[in-house]
Design a protein around this ligand. Sequence first.
Ligand code: SF4
Ligand code: SF4
Length: 135
Amino acid sequence: MLPVLGRPQHAVKAGAAYGDRKSAMTYVVTEACIKCKYMDCVEVCPVDCFYVGDNMLVIHPDECIDCGVCEPECPPEAIKPDTEPGMERWLGVNREYAEAWPNITRKGEPPADADEWKGVPDKFVKHFSPEPGKP
Ligand code: SF4
Ligand code: SF4
């Protein structure tokens, strides 16, 4: 069982400014992010609700305010609303690892081979790393 971390203070403040609430809907990061990790999404999120793993980012479902601004910023189209069919699995992945990985608020250096992994199928099964990343 991975440790559950507290909600970061900055997210609490930002969430309050946007009418803090537990959302019924959220955006989630899917496997297209794995090994791409461009991090354009991080720069635009108004509530800093992205968390970073070794080779993927996730969104904390309770902190996301469903603004949708990150979705078109993602080059491999990895970010989806959880209302789309088949998103239950990704909602679980996002929740589990958002509670285990560190918060990330600034875009870092994408992997040198990020473009080579764009569009590669079955990345979660073959390449997902549960290890935390560096913000
Ligand atoms: S922009 Fe897309 S691929 Fe890049 S880190 Fe965010 S979700 Fe992942
Ligand atoms: S939709 Fe994207 S940008 Fe908006 S709060 Fe959620 S994760 Fe952040």
